[in-house]
Design a protein around this ligand. Sequence first.
Ligand code: CS2
Ligand code: MG
Length: 403
Amino acid sequence: MSRVESAEVLLASPGRNFVTLRVTTTDGVTGLGDATLNGRESAVAHYLRDHVVPLLIGRDPARIEDTWQYLFKGAYWRRGPVTMTAIAAVDTALWDIKGKTAGLPLYQLLGGRSRDGVLVYRHASGASVDELLDDVARLLDAGCLAVRAQAQVPGIAGTYGVAHGGRYEPANAALPEEQPWSTEAYLDFAPTYLAQVRERFGFGFHLLHDVHHRLTPIEAARFGQAVEPLRLFWMEDPTPADSQEAFELIRRHTTTPIAVGEALTSIWDVQHLITRQLIDYVRTTVVHAGGLTHLKRIFDLAALYQVRSGSHGASDLSPVSMAAAAHLDTAIPNFGIQELMGHPPEAAEVFHTGLRLDGGYLRVSEAPGLGVEYDDAAAARFAEFSPKYLPIARRLDGSVHDW
Ligand code: CS2
Ligand code: MG
């Protein structure tokens, strides 16, 4: 019987930091899992090397559910991003191995195709409204069907999601950069530029916006009301989800759809949000919410309450995650939309994926498993790996705010 022979934690920085787990079986089959936790990469790398890899050696790679339970319940300490990212990496690698062993692309093992393509949304942003409008035009011209729009709030350097020099990478500093933030300025400004996007380009595409945890529930309710005529596909993370009940207040005031979950790591973190129908899209991901096994469990719960998936797909989720997400998105009945921020070009040298963007849809390859190859020679060219931090937001009075 096949056994896990080795598991390697691979660090590479092709344009940004990525942590990858590669599991190899005694039959010589390899599986890949993304283990990247933006700004805390080495914590997961150490967790895997010190506490998980030794437990994997000699295990039956086919026992995916059992391995998940073993790592989750066996840790005693529950949940949390480091643990759940480490478990996710193992889980994804084992699914990859199962697909390769069966000779089937992963979506086939997850129930088969529910759709031809995976609707994705791309990012448009600008340091000014004119720049944002040009960026939206660029994406719509390229055939994009869903666009997230973010513009710099005048005078507020801490505005989330604005690309500088054509690229947006949230974790880019050796120590956290501190940026000023004004909720008042954002609340006055954001609805006006979203309105300009609709005025210029109409309603024939999906428009999304990420609030990035910056508002209180009542502020979020006000924002949701203000943008109702613009018919957003969603407002994302309107308030931090540390309290799931907080969304009851927002829901009472606005019909703007809500998406939450990119920073949440387990089914229990979204249980109330889903079962009370406080959100419309759940943004948990393969890499941070315990892998395909656990994410499918979350999406199955969501399906009972007419909540759809809308997985996080920022550049800090590696191409391995994007491939795994696209397979799950292809298979589940209650798929909503998939974020596709894209990666620095160097990442494609290390991760060869068969993913294809076709107009506004992402299509998975028919290669067995995830369909991703890790190029060790290319990774060696990007071996320099140093900690990078996300910024920190401070209100104008100097106190720390949610970034
Ligand atoms: C985000 C991310 O893509 C998104 O919606 O909110 O940019 C997020 O800030 C990063 O993934 C944090 O690592
Ligand atoms: Mg977000």
